[in-house]
Design a protein around this ligand. Structure first.
Ligand code: SAM
Ligand code: DTB
Ligand code: SF4
Length: 336
């Protein structure tokens, strides 16, 4: 049975899926996953903070916002060679995607952007997928990133439009949607998801999923982050996310966006191994590996590899990512 790709989901329909008895929900998500992918390999992505802290924005969850005192040491943009060395190491450890994050509100047309373009070229020349998350982008900047070979751009909605103002005041939901549109127009894969555990009602999670699925094309990948409550941020006292809520979110994303990579992103260090496996069983097929996410802790590499091996979960190979699919070839630029 071919999987159905829809862009007309309603909040009621998605809520009904999300609230199914857990086993029924996971069963449906597994069924969709098998049909859409034909395997359950896990993509290993490596994440590097290329410019850390000192950010002018007020995102309530973020340890890198300058206005909160979180103990994150601000660091200027890294040098190209340092970044490429880290990408080489990540490749040797089995990563097929290398993601570079900068604590910027937006990209500026200056020598720092030129340096990032150089990093993108270098990462792609190694045969890795290159992803970047640099804040807001103009159409022209997206075009230049595409030209440099960027595979994907991460820019999250974070939450629903209705809950958004409780989390961020320094830029709007419309700003985010505009950046996503610029990325899509440039032919770069869109990586877009959000965070749960910020005090939002379940309805807000559903609305966010509906917004994601009803875009003109489903995001190629959807990171689902569990809030890492960092001391010094306004969300420091939020209780840990309940595993079952995380599983519901992932399974629902898998069912309504069948072919997207669903990424079990922040929060794994706070979860048990069994909880992580349950998330994968519900349709998550990608993780970030390595000791750190951007600034917070991630599980140990050896522990992750042992977990995948014990569960018989194979890592996705270098030629099996989204760019290898015929329908996604248009977003793949071969670097000679
Ligand atoms: N500055 C850029 C931006 O905001 O687009 C890029 C980096 S930003 C850190 C990337 C994403 O990481 C955020 O949109 C958010 O979804 C996620 N994130 C940041 N801090 C987090 C936290 N404490 N817990 C979970 N996710 C977090
Ligand atoms: C995403 O959605 N999650 C990653 C990636 N995109 C860039 C970042 C998670 C950051 C968690 C907090 C930190 O380590 O600073
Ligand atoms: Fe800055 Fe990005 Fe953190 Fe917001 S999420 S404070 S824009 S680094």
């Amino acid at each position: 049975m071919p999987v159905e790709i829809r862009h007309d989901w309603t909040v009621e329909e998605v809520r009904a899926i999300h609230d199914l008895p857990l086993f029924e929900l996971v069963y449906r998500a597994q069924t969709v996953h098998r049909e859409a992918f034909g395997h359950h390999k896990i993509q290993l992505c490596s994440l590097l903070s290329i410019k850390t802290g000192g950010c002018v924005e007020d995102c309530a969850y973020c340890p890198q916002a300058a206005r909160y005192h979180t103990g994150v040491k601000a660091q200027p943009l890294m040098q190209v060679e340092e970044v490429l060395q880290r990408a080489r190491e990540a490749k040797e450890m089995g990563a097929t995607r290398f993601c570079m994050g900068a604590a910027w509100r937006e990209v500026r047309d200056n020598e720092h952007f030129e340096r990032v373009l150089e990093m993108v070229r270098g990462v792609r020349a190694m045969g890795l997928e290159a992803c970047a998350t640099l804040g807001m982008l103009t159409e022209e900047q997206a075009r230049r990133l595409k030209e440099a070979g960027l595979t994907a751009y991460n820019h999250n909605l974070d939450t629903s439009e209705s809950y958004y103002e409780k989390i961020i005041s320094t830029r709007t939901y419309q700003d985010r949607l505009r950046t996503l549109e610029n990325v899509r127009k440039a032919g770069i894969q869109v990586c877009c998801g959000g965070i749960i555990g910020m005090g939002e009602p379940v309805e807000a999670r559903i609305e966010m999923l509906v917004t994601l699925a009803n875009q003109e094309k489903h995001p190629d990948s959807v990171p689902i982050n569990a809030l890492v409550a960092v001391e010094g941020t306004p969300l420091q006292s939020r209780p840990p996310v309940d595993t079952i809520e995380m599983v519901r979110m992932i399974a629902t994303a898998r069912i309504i966006m069948p072919k997207s990579f669903v990424r079990l992103s922040a929060g794994r260090a706070q979860m048990s191994e069994e909880a992580q496996l349950l998330c994968m069983m519900a349709g998550a097929n990608s993780i970030f590996f390595g000791e750190k996410l951007l600034t917070t802790k991630n599980p140990q590499y050896e522990a992750d590899m042992a977990l995948l091996a014990r569960a018989g979960l194979e890592p996705l190979g270098p030629e099996e990512g989204l760019h290898a699919r015929p329908e996604d070839r248009h977003v793949y630029v071969e670097i000679a």
